[in-house]
Design a protein around this ligand. Structure first.
Ligand SMILES: [Zn+2]
Length: 152
């Protein structure tokens, strides 16, 4: 049986040496673990020459960073699948047309939502520099990665 308890930082009691500012602002999380897990954590911490507290903090930080990256990768994958599905649907309807043909100009922009390069299919992730096609015929504005833009 485990439970997690999170408490806000405590004010230092009179007569005690106050903790450094960085540690005072951190929240304390307490949790109960069984003996086996406790032994495993102590062994792992000893091997890595860190405290059990530092080990757990590292594991938590790594886990949540990993989750963020998985979500970002999934978004890029979704964009790729959508693009491919649209191409297949267009081909099935006999509307095979190069989306780059409609472009009258290219504008360098910073990607806000994950996109896919219309030329090479590479993912363009939020914050990356890329080109966005300016079209006059109302068709979808294609995206292009910077390496592909050097071949225009
Ligand atoms: Zn490209």
């Amino acid at each position: 049986m485990y439970y997690v308890k999170s408490t806000p930082p405590r004010r230092p009691r009179r007569g005690r040496t106050p903790l450094p500012e960085s540690e005072r602002k951190a929240r304390l999380i307490q949790t109960r673990v069984d003996e086996d897990l406790d032994d495993a954590l102590r062994d792992a911490a000893k091997q890595r020459r860190v405290t059990v507290s530092q080990l757990i903090r590292n594991v938590l930080e790594d886990t949540f960073t990993l989750v963020d990256n998985v979500v970002a990768d999934a978004a890029a994958l979704t964009a790729t699948v959508k693009r491919d599905a649209k191409r297949v649907a267009d081909a099935a309807r006999g509307r095979v047309r190069d989306p780059l043909e409609a472009v009258e100009a290219w504008q360098e922009v910073i990607v806000g939502k994950d996109q896919v390069c219309a030329r090479c299919g590479n993912a363009l992730t939020r914050g990356a520099r890329a080109l966005l096609g300016v079209v006059a015929d109302g068709s979808a504005r294609p995206w292009m990665c910077l390496p592909c833009s050097t071949q225009l």
